[in-house]
Design a protein around this ligand. Structure first.
Ligand SMILES: [Zn+2]
Length: 167
């Protein structure tokens, strides 16, 4: 009987090549470019959960993502990855911005970033929030697209360099 055939555990070489090309030679989770020899065959549904070793059930992954997926189904894993990489990208973009731009974004999106008050003997000093504080607060509340759209409205200083005095 057909059903009595042992279940294949791994893709054959030909299928692996097809998978690799189908994935555009990249990890299908994080987008990292891969060499064929680096490719790990992941499963949309883990073998332990009844997934088969078919092309349909296979994904091209890098070593790291294959490990990360564990026994999560592909859908669950992608959700996790998507959220992670989105936060990561947002932070990376924010990191590259000047404090002025971060302030501008915070104001525009009504993201409250609080400085702190340092008390000394006879007076209170207000310490404005640091770049890192802006970054963390903003990354939680606005998306990559919102940053891009908002920054288009950031008042550009013109080609002529402004002379700043009093600094
Ligand atoms: Zn990957």
């Amino acid at each position: 009987m057909w059903g009595d055939e042992p279940v294949r555990r791994a893709l054959g070489t030909r299928d692996k090549q097809i998978l690799f090309e189908r994935a555009g030679r990249r990890c299908e989770a994080c987008g990292k470019e891969l060499d064929y020899s680096e490719m790990q065959v992941g499963h949309k549904i883990a073998a332990s959960k009844g997934g088969s070793a078919s092309l349909r059930n296979s994904v091209c992954l890098c070593y790291k993502c294959n490990k990360l997926q564990g026994t999560d189904s592909w859908a669950v894993f992608l959700k996790k990855m998507g959220k992670q990489s989105k936060d990561f990208r947002t932070k990376e973009i924010l990191k590259g911005l000047s404090l002025q731009k971060l302030r501008f974004l915070a104001k525009k999106h009504n993201v409250k970033v609080r400085g702190r008050t340092e008390e000394s003997w006879f007076q209170e000093n207000y310490v404005p929030p640091s770049k890192r504080q802006y970054l963390n607060a903003l990354a939680k509340q606005i998306s990559e697209n919102e940053i891009k759209t908002s920054l288009k409205k950031f008042p550009q200083s013109t080609k002529r360099k402004r002379k700043t005095s009093g600094w």
